[in-house]
Design a protein around this ligand. Structure first.
Ligand SMILES: *Cc1c(COP(=O)(O)O)cnc(C)c1O
Length: 384
């Protein structure tokens, strides 16, 4: 079976983790600090705070902004973790639509939904492609809104020369095994705002403040708890794996780009199939290759997406759907309440109906890519 995603762990990665296991520090130590410095370099943010997952990073962001009761405008075309994190920190959600071209937050729709209670805009760099950050800046700046990037797909993406740590005010990264680089589980907050970085550092560590200014006070040698935090720390083993993976980031991105290009070459002639493309000035991290097809509508009346997924699976290929809109999940229907108005979900619903994610991971061979593409073509042609 060709899986839709697969981590890549080299002998150097393994050696780096083993070295840490032989050292006298296993969690939140010097290797985590080195990983954070490397993340600053890779994202061009001034500060990076490594945490235990991408979800923890999002939660640290929303908690650190400290705007309980305020609204955040975000897309529903995302993994529920994005919305869950805001809810945990007491924010109110306003779901906005996506752009057809990139499946990222629609700036036009977001602007329409901004109101007096709005304190932040969150965009998710879907599949690794940067959202319309220039337009989002134009909306956020005059209103004093914070721009949050869910960059869990987009480590390594570039927008007009800007990297993930520069094009939003604060960003969350994920190092889950399926993502661009992995630490098994893991994540990071990246920002150039010193205060928000410190908030994230405290939040991951039970709300403790550490460091020179705290230790200097009388009786304060052990630090003090200032906010209600969690244990969201990263281990040294995770950081060692992350550091080793990050060194290969350029090669990983290049291989992902090649695979995407090869898919596009094969699939371009298929009528009705919409392929992911980079917008001018944007370089995707190519975390996912998600196509759109009007299943069961035009030429293939009997070919539903579920049937197509079943047929490619029989051929040995695993595909995925990214994503069911957040408001459709039972928890959201039952406990968060009324879904958004139609104008705010038209493209979201369309994308959900039509999307299909094909396998993409650096260790895929060209032959694997050809095999997947031909399996899909055969099924679409067979359905006609
Ligand atoms: C993976 C992911 C997350 C959560 O990251 P974890 O590391 O799995 O907690 C959040 N948002 C998006 C868009 C993701 O893809």
């Amino acid at each position: 079976m060709i899986p839709y995603a697969r981590h890549e762990v080299t002998e150097e990665d393994i050696a780096a983790v083993v070295e840490v296991l032989r050292s006298d520090r296993l969690t939140q130590g010097p290797v985590v600090e080195r990983f954070e410095a490397a993340l600053c370099e890779a994202t061009r943010a001034r500060y990076a705070v490594a945490v235990s997952s991408g979800t923890a990073a999002l939660e640290a962001i929303f908690h650190g902004l400290d705007r309980r009761g305020a609204e955040v405008v975000m897309p529903a075309m995302t993994f529920p973790a994005t919305a869950n994190a805001a809810l945990w920190a007491g924010w109110r959600l306003v779901f906005a639509d996506i752009e057809r071209e990139t499946a990222c937050l629609s700036a036009r729709c977001a602007e329409r939904l901004c109101g007096p209670q709005t304190a932040a805009l969150l965009a998710m760099d879907y599949a690794g492609h940067p959202a319309a950050w220039h337009e989002l800046h134009r909306i956020a700046r005059p209103r004093g809104l914070v721009l949050i990037a869910d960059a869990c797909h987009s480590l390594g993406a570039v927008l007009d020369g800007l990297k993930v740590g520069e094009y939003a005010d604060i960003a969350a990264l994920s190092f889950h095994a399926a993502k661009v680089i992995t630490t098994g589980e893991g994540g990071a907050v990246v920002t150039s705002n010193a205060l928000w970085a410190e908030c994230a550092r405290r939040f991951r560590d039970q709300g403790y403040a550490r460091g020179a200014e705290v230790a200097a006070g009388p009786g304060r040698h052990h630090g003090e708890q200032w906010v209600l935090g969690h244990n969201y720390r990263m281990t040294e083993m995770q950081a060692a794996l992350g550091l080793a993976q990050l060194r290969r980031l350029p090669q990983i991105l290049e291989r992902r780009r090649q695979i995407a290009a090869r898919y596009s070459e094969h699939l371009a002639p298929v009528e009705g199939l919409v392929l992911p493309r980079e917008r001018e000035g944007a370089r995707s991290a190519w975390h996912l290759y998600a196509v759109r097809y009007p299943w069961a509508q035009c030429e293939c009346p009997g070919l539903t997406r579920e049937r197509a997924m079943g047929l490619v699976r029989e051929a040995g290929v695993e595909t995925q759907i990214h994503y069911a809109p957040v408001y459709q999940h039972p928890y959201y229907r039952l406990h968060v309440g009324a879904g958004p108005e139609w104008d705010a979900i038209r493209e979201t619903e369309g994308h959900y109906r039509e999307c299909l994610t094909l396998p993409l991971y650096p260790s895929m061979t060209d032959a694997d890519v050809d095999f997947v593409a031909h399996a899909l073509i055969k099924i679409i042609d067979g359905g006609k």
